[in-house]
Design a protein around this ligand. Structure first.
Ligand code: NDP
Length: 456
């Protein structure tokens, strides 16, 4: 065999897996056909967060007036922002590549596909490998509606030549909500169209309600329980036709309606690797596919499509295959954040999920953060803890408000360690912060879930 391990895909999962395996002495090859660092670095988390930060500055300039500053936010220079973003992404591409090279992996700027279970065609070379990892990620999909080709998807949104002044976004998942904030913050008129009563299906209902209010307060027009029937193009203008017959004219219609695993053309059938109806590679709990020596990690498995999950999977897999011990990660309580403006973050169970199976105590609070007492901005923070009544463990923590993702990371450590409500209560706060509210939530808001079984 030419390699002990060959990794297809140089994104978060593949780079980490290849780097750790090479560091452990394995002969490793990694192929990437598009861009090193994958979705997260190039058309996902990293540039998205830079755009969110750009979008926040305009509001911050206005907010500063309440503190005595006279900052006039003049026109925003979209081209300057994208140029700065592209330079940073270029730097990260090179970093990802050199991480692999320095670890001793052989890298291929080429597409790889299976010829048989141990043989791959990589660019114009044929190679063999003892073990193969599929880490090809996913891509945005388009709704099958008339005129879908006139819409943009998230990959396009990072390279628009000019900032659209009017944007209609379909969907209310992570991507839809994050880009709604970006475009609105940069001054565009944004219409958010989604088929649920509240955005972000799957998150805690109170948090979703707080988010809907925050989006509306920031001037985004919400169209709940609505979908999109067609998109028409008149020159540079697009017209989105909604399910209730209304039409909205815009400079861009953005379909943020989900992603699909990248498995087409990989020759998985020649290797005997099974996929599901959505094209995702099927794996067991140790990321083994239907062929014992072939593994799949990251978004291509369409499970928890989050970068830190993908990197953790790559790390553990490499250590299991080539190391003496493998570190453990807790994938049952994965914290996550949505970089809306303001952002939200969550770890553990929503009230609704928890209450299906156990009696829970809910502690919730909403307040105007200190900054906005002077800025005058109508922006509130919402926080909530879900506590298992029997064990008193905190099983869900949820926040919408400035710094929520930064705050939630610390709470996730406490919850991974099994902290109880009493542990939160005996923790001294840091004053004055929003975070301290999580350790001063004394008043029970309500109980939920089945009636607790009480000892007679
Ligand atoms: P999501 O799966 O999160 O959301 C898809 C959205 O599209 C939902 O609102 C869904 O509505 C809607 N939708 C799907 N099909 C249709 C349809 N036929 N008609 C109308 N609406 C439809 O996908 P995203 O593309 O936003 O993000 C993909 C994943 O990437 C996320 O789930 C997350 O794992 C990851 N991600 C993480 C980020 C982070 O960590 N901050 C940022 C961006 C992405 P409904 O709810 O009704 O199904």
């Amino acid at each position: 065999m030419d390699f002990d391990l060959f990794v297809i895909g140089g994104g978060s999962a593949g780079v980490r897996c290849g780097r750790i395996a090479a560091g452990l002495g394995a002969r490793v090859g990694v192929a990437e056909e598009r861009f090193w660092g994958g979705t997260c670095v190039n058309v996902g988390c990293v540039p998205k967060k830079l755009l969110v930060q750009a979008a926040e500055y305009g509001a911050q300039a206005a907010d500063a007036r309440g503190f005595g500053w006279d900052i006039a936010a003049r026109a925003h220079d979209w081209a300057a922002l994208l140029g700065a973003k592209d330079r940073e992404i270029g730097r990260l591409n090179a970093t990802y590549r050199s991480l692999l090279e320095r670890a001793g992996a052989t890298i291929f700027d080429a597409r790889a596909a299976f010829l048989d279970p141990h043989r791959l065609i990589v660019g114009d070379r044929e190679i063999t490998a003892g073990r193969i990892v599929v880490a090809t990620g996913g891509r945005p999909t388009r709704l099958p509606i008339q005129g879908a080709e006139h819409a943009i998807v998230s990959d396009d949104a990072f390279y628009l030549p000019t900032l659209p002044r009017r944007v209609v976004i379909m969907g209310s998942g992570y991507i839809a909500v994050e880009f709604a904030g970006i475009f609105a913050g940069l001054g565009a008129q944004v219409d958010l169209v989604y088929r649920q009563p509240l955005p972000l299906r799957g998150f805690d209902a109170d948090l979703r309600q707080a988010l809907a209010e925050a989006l509306a307060a920031s001037g985004i027009a919400l169209h709940p329980q609505t979908s999109m029937r067609a998109i028409h193009r008149d020159g540079e203008t697009r017209r989105a036709v909604l399910s209730d017959g209304r039409e909205i004219a815009a400079d861009a219609v953005f379909l943020a309606t989900g992603r699909a695993p990248n498995t087409e053309g990989l020759g998985l059938e020649r290797a005997g690797v099974a996929t599901d109806a959505n094209g995702a590679v099927r794996v067991d709990a140790e990321w083994r596919t239907s062929r014992a020596h072939i593994y799949a990690i990251g978004d291509v498995t369409d499970q928890l499509n989050l970068t830190p999950v993908a990197t953790a999977q790559g790390h553990v897999l490499a250590e299991r295959l080539f190391g003496e011990t493998a570190r453990s990660w807790d994938f049952t309580r994965v914290p996550t954040a949505v970089f809306s403006i303001p952002p939200m973050a969550t770890v553990g169970l929503s009230e609704e999920e928890a209450a299906k199976t156990q009696p829970v105590e809910i502690f919730a609070t909403g307040f105007t953060p200190m900054r906005h007492t002077l800025s005058g901005r109508a922006r509130r923070t919402f926080m909530k803890l879900v506590v298992d009544e029997a064990s008193q463990r905190v099983i869900g923590a949820h926040m919408l408000g400035e710094d929520a993702p930064e705050i939630m990371q610390g709470l996730a450590v406490a919850m991974t360690a099994g902290a109880t409500k009493a542990d939160f209560d005996r923790t001294v706060g840091i004053h004055p912060t929003a975070a301290e509210e999580f350790v001063t939530l004394r008043t029970l808001t309500r109980r939920a879930g089945p009636e607790p079984v009480r000892a007679a």
